[in-house]
Design a protein around this ligand. Structure first.
Ligand SMILES: N=C(N)N/N=C1\CCCc2cc(NC(=O)c3cc4cccc([N+](=O)[O-])c4[nH]3)ccc21
Length: 324
């Protein structure tokens, strides 16, 4: 195996591989001093696009990973790197990837799908409120905290994420507009459009959780997957969807809308009748904010509304201008 950083080895004992990804592997690690278990994601630098964007992407991603602070977003404990790889020490998510959970259960029952979907909405709502678009939400990037159905989920893999280039757009609009292309002014480049891509992906994720298969797939009819997506033509196979409520189907249908301006937003999804389910909300808040004393929902809503919105401070106080 490639040589592990000395300081990583001094602090952690890395053992067996627990997950594999296109861009690297995940190993089970024990912190030597406490014997606490962690996951170490090893990302091969060669997997990033060409050199230039790679360093920027990696820096952006590592920066995002270290600054996000939400119960449904993966938290990094430690970070090391060598010439060829990044080593990211993370909290252990013993339920593994949502992808494998759905696969092993064929499809999730509706109440479990609702509990997971609500947590995904909260995680993405937090990212968006901090000007971050994930852009790569898929079952492989949703991790489960335990083998139980009722568990915390965490979104990971910010490789494709983008920090909204709002500032760039504002600066552009300060200059003379005469040479700017139309799309700079239309919705194509404003934040609304950008954020909506995550709402679409959440629609695909919910479809997969409820139906147990993807909405757009080459096995459906003669059209390519791209054509099916562009036309927003998904197939609800009767046998798989009869037991699914009309309200759940309504959420899917309002997210898988081709026009981003007509697509249901994250906020609207959070207000949808399907999610006004007190039992699910209490369970979700108990999982997300376990420290909130018996006060339950109230305290959790409090936690969510105040602290639960902001990025963590940068490592070094008084850090200079953020490098772009
Ligand atoms: N690609 C990129 N640029 N950034 N990606 C990232 C950013 C760093 C965090 C990160 C974490 C993961 N995945 C896990 O942690 C994980 C998978 C898994 C499977 C079984 C069990 C456990 N576990 O018991 O823990 C698992 N943990 C996948 C991708 C990424």
């Amino acid at each position: 195996q490639s040589s592990l950083p000395r300081d990583l080895q001094d602090k952690y004992l890395l053992t067996r591989r627990i997950g594999t990804g296109v861009c690297g592997e995940v190993r089970l690690a024990f912190e030597r001093s406490t014997c606490r278990k962690f996951a170490v994601k090893i990302i091969n630098k060669k997997n990033f696009q060409s050199e230039g964007t790679a360093t920027r992407n990696a820096k952006t991603e590592i920066d995002i990973l270290q600054r996000v602070d939400h119960p449904c977003l993966i938290k990094t404990e430690d970070f090391y790197q060598t010439e060829e790889s990044f080593y990211i020490v993370l909290e252990l998510m013993e339920g593994g990837e949502l992808f494998h959970r759905v696969k092993s259960k064929q499809q999730l029952n509706e109440s479990v799908a609702k509990l997971y979907f609500y947590q995904m909405l909260r995680a993405v709502e937090y990212l968006h409120s901090n000007g971050i678009i994930h852009r790569d939400l898929k079952p492989e990037n949703i991790l489960l905290s335990s083998q139980d159905d009722v568990c915390l989920i965490k979104v990971t893999d910010f490789n494709q994420s983008r920090i909204l280039e709002e500032a760039v757009l504002m600066r552009t609009l300060c200059g003379t507009p005469s040479y700017l292309a139309p799309e700079v002014f239309t919705h194509a480049s404003t934040t609304g459009y950008g954020l909506a891509v995550d709402a679409w992906s959440l629609g695909v994720l919910l479809f997969v959780c409820l139906g147990g298969y993807p909405p757009f797939h080459e096995s459906f009819g003669h059209q390519s997957v791209t054509d099916q997506i562009i036309r927003g033509e998904f197939t609800m196979v009767q046998s798989k969807w009869t037991s699914v409520s009309d309200q759940a189907k309504d959420v899917v249908r309002k997210l898988l809308v081709v026009d981003p301006m007509k697509r249901m937003s994250i906020e609207e999804a959070l207000q949808h009748p399907w999610l006004q389910d007190q039992k699910m909300l209490e369970t979700a808040h108990r999982l997300m904010y376990p420290s909130a004393e018996g006060g339950g929902a109230a305290a959790a809503m409090e936690a969510e509304s105040t602290s639960g919105r902001h990025l963590r401070k940068r490592g070094r106080e008084g850090d200079g201008e953020e490098q772009h």
